[in-house]
Design a protein around this ligand. Structure first.
Ligand code: MD3
Ligand code: FE
Length: 193
């Protein structure tokens, strides 16, 4: 847990994210079970995480535009690499960055991230905007989650055993963030392929 690690990147990071989102707008995807997610998502990088009625997968093409996802801006890559190194993972080379947008009430139920080919690579997450309660369980769905407050600028590196632990996000509380407005943005950097 690298509290505030992303703050020194903020002035470059926020405009870079605006450009990505202009090319690939946030959208609320559907799970294979037919439920629409409360979290809106987009991606940058050579692969992007998508879900629809046929399942979860990484795809090089944005299904909404039919175009490749926007390239990963250098500042995002730098932030992810430096954080991974700080967490003990030298030479992390993410090819996917999933960008999640939470507005008040949005949540993510307990799940595992296991759609990536290389489970030895860590996932680096960056929290921006409104604070959230992160739920961190264990290797089994029934393991009682511990709660952590994640705030603007916090970065977490998930590797080793915790890479496959169940996790989620409690419903976002109302609020207004000075930089990001009434929302929380979470970036997760992944080696998908
Ligand atoms: C622990 N996102 O996109 S980030 C996700 O805040 C996701 O939007 C949450 O879970 C969010 O899949 C949590 C923290 C996180 C990300 C991946 C993990 C924690 C993780 C993978 C394994 C273990
Ligand atoms: Fe996850």
């Amino acid at each position: 847990m690298l509290r505030g690690f992303a703050k020194s990147f903020e002035s470059e990071l926020v405009p870079a994210l605006r450009e990505v989102v202009a090319q690939a707008p946030f959208r609320r995807m559907f799970t294979p079970g037919g439920h629409q997610m409360s979290v809106a998502m987009t991606n940058c990088g050579s692969a992007g995480w998508v879900t629809d009625q046929s399942g979860y997968r990484y795809d090089g093409i944005d299904p909404d535009s039919g175009q490749p996802w926007p390239a990963m801006p250098p500042v995002l890559r730098r932030l992810a690499e430096q954080a991974a190194a700080e967490g003990g993972f030298e030479s992390f080379a993410p090819d996917a960055c999933l960008i999640n947008r939470y507005t008040p009430g949005a949540r993510m139920s307990l799940h595992q991230d296991k759609d990536e080919q290389d489970l030895a690579a860590p996932i680096v997450s960056v929290s921006l905007g409104l604070p959230a309660t992160f739920l961190f369980g264990g290797p089994k769905r029934a393991d009682k989650p511990k709660r952590y407050r994640l705030e603007h600028g916090d970065v977490v590196v998930w590797g080793g055993p915790s890479r496959l632990f169940f996790h989620g996000v409690a419903p976002l509380a109302e609020g207004e963030h000075a930089v990001m407005g009434p929302q929380r943005i979470n970036l997760t950097f992944r080696k998908a392929r």
